[in-house]
Design a protein around this ligand. Structure first.
Ligand code: ZN
Ligand code: FE
Length: 249
């Protein structure tokens, strides 16, 4: 392992992530939900911040950019839409890569929750930061994109190696599990839901997850199987997403 990840809770249900390339000591912050919490975590780790990597423009992901930049002198790297908060120093898009010391992050287009949402994938360490696109047993709401775009984005994530560790930006898993159980009664899902409810009882995080676990149990990735009545996979996904939006559980 050449990338060290520190995960910590921020705001009501976000996770903050600090990552260090161990070879160079370079440190990145994935999204900036809460500048004060991130500064406290940097101090705890004894790390200094070199760069912010934004997945999308939402305030609970880019709202701390300016304060952290002022406090640390770091640079900001993100998709063009982050200019809605403040212009990034470097704008990135699908197919680009970002180096953190010797660690290389591939930039993958995962638009749908917002139009310009991106995922950062470190292939060597098999680690992905997926922001608000994929959650443990869930996926992001379609605030800007449509079901076609989000399904294509989710497929790009689902196609990553099964062992990939997936860092999602929110702890929504218990409520996602309640919805998942309402549309899917598979044994792997039931077993996982039991684990999730127990973990949350103990106040333990359910993030990170893995690609293999999500492919096996996430009702949004399994939408075509759960809705065999709908021929088009993206439409099947859209139907499951709409059911979640209406779910009162
Ligand atoms: Zn968001
Ligand atoms: Fe968010």
């Amino acid at each position: 392992m050449t990338l060290t990840v520190r995960q910590f809770p921020c705001l009501s249900d976000n996770y903050g992530f600090l990552v260090r390339d161990d070879a160079s000591g370079k440190v990145a912050c994935i999204d900036t939900p809460d500048a004060e919490a991130i500064k406290a975590e940097l101090a705890k780790a004894g790390w200094s911040l070199d760069v912010i990597l934004n997945t999308h423009w939402h305030p609970d992901h880019a709202g701390g950019n300016e304060a952290l930049k002022a406090a640390t002198g770091c640079t900001v790297v993100g998709p063009a839409e982050v200019s809605r908060i403040a212009a990034p120093d470097r704008v990135i898009a699908h197919g680009d890569h970002v180096m953190l010391g010797e660690t290389r992050f591939e930039v993958i287009d995962t638009g749908g929750h917002t139009l310009g949402h991106v995922t950062f994938f470190d292939e060597k360490d098999q680690i992905a930061f997926v922001g608000d696109t994929l959650f443990a047993l869930g996926c992001g709401r379609l605030f800007e994109g449509d079901a076609q775009q989000m399904w294509a984005s989710l497929q790009r994530i689902a196609d990553l190696p099964g062992d990939t560790t997936v860092y999602c930006a929110h702890e929504y898993t218990a409520s996602n599990a309640r919805f998942a159980l309402s549309v899917d009664d598979s044994a792997p899902l039931k077993a996982r839901a039991d684990d999730i409810f127990a973990a949350r009882q103990r106040n333990e995080p359910t993030v990170p997850t893995t690609i293999a676990l999500e492919n096996a149990t996430n009702p949004f990735l399994r939408a075509p199987l759960l809705r065999p009545d709908i021929a088009d996979p993206a439409e099947a996904f859209g139907a499951v997403r709409a059911a979640k939006d209406a779910f009162k559980g």
